[in-house]
Design a protein around this ligand. Sequence first.
Ligand code: UD1
Length: 424
Amino acid sequence: MDNLVIEGGAPLSGTIRIHGAKNAALPILAASLLADESVTIGNVPNLLDIEVMLDILRDLGCKARHQDRVVTIEPATVTSGHIPETLMRKMRSSVFLMGPLLARFGEVHLYQPGGCAIGERKIDLHLRGLAALGAKIEEKGSRIICSAKKLKGAEISLDFPSVGATENIMMAAVLAEGRTTIIGAAREPEIQDLQQFLNKMNARVSGAGTDTITIEGVSSLNGCEFEIIPDRIVTGTVMVAVAATRGEVTIERTCPAHLTSLIHVLRRAGVQIDIGSDIMNVSAYKRTKAVDRVVTSPYPAFPTDLQAQVMTLLAISDGVSVMKETIFEGRFKHVDELCRMGADIRVDLNSAFIRGVPQLYGSTVRASDLRAGAALVIAGLAAQGCTVVEHVHHIDRGYDRIEEMFTQIGGNIVREAYKSRVYS
Ligand code: UD1
């Protein structure tokens, strides 16, 4: 387990390129199981979650290689639809394999992924969607067995636009007989990326990006080459860090159109943002202003995955801000850590009331989950003095060497082994 040691106070400046999106890559890697031929996927980031997904694919019998951010998968050799419990527990996103394995083998055995640091994270919508396509679902304790002789297209209405459930149903339905319509689908850019990938393999999916997705089943899918979209949450993390350190950074190889809600919040806080089609310039030369109400909601509204990072900025902005978390119930774990650094934040149920302080101060803090960890790194970059962020493995799940990313644009941040700092 590593620590990040951050010497705060340096305004970020320079140019940075954004790596591929974890949340697009994970379902796309799972969907590659649907092809009869080999699949090559570019711009796949080097992240812990990606490596776990590749390990699961190998365990299922696939040949999978990841080199220079290019993944090659040969799915023809897959022999089993059984996801081992140990790998399932390592990463919640292994649920994405349900749809493709069911479509390919007619049977999948897996385990309830259970809750995680940010909330309960049920999979009932995934299971109901697959059942609507004709799968028989048996739950034996934490073990789940889904089976179907032949999946049949259906009209499926989601009570909530779950990202994972939408993706799982899309992946199961591409090889089903007839037409599937998902009503109330999630609209995230990662779902549009999955549609593009499936269609490159010759699937017939349309409507991603709207709340109704239609899938016309086909009998087989071919191999393809594909490029993952830039990570909007990593882009947003950099934008917030630039604002918090009062710097100026040009962000390249990104997609500003995926960040409209964040851009709106940051502009309200007084951050200057100039936008091109795949480039952005972000600058903030004075203290940012409070933003009265930021509410997380499904895309295109403000993303829960940027709530913690923006809270760090609001913690040092002038005035009182309110943030409301409506997606996950356990997503305020960064609050106590920010308060240890001098922030003044009070939580009441799913709302946080943030009274901006002029300055945060370096401290030893602990990442409880991926985005909470990123928020603490931003706090460390903006704070006066030295901050140590512990439990960096959470951050490594979604940021490809975060210390190198910020060092490139002037952050003073190094990684060191956990023991050397804490016990020496
Ligand atoms: C995905 C993202 C995650 C992001 C989240 C919300 C990936 C790999 N992860 O997670 O980074 O924070 O979207 O934007 O893409 N729910 C149910 N039943 C279900 C499914 C979900 O009740 O069957 C609830 C969840 O508990 C949660 C909410 O719906 O409260 C949102 O979950 P969902 O959209 O499914 O998020 P994920 O796909 O898990």
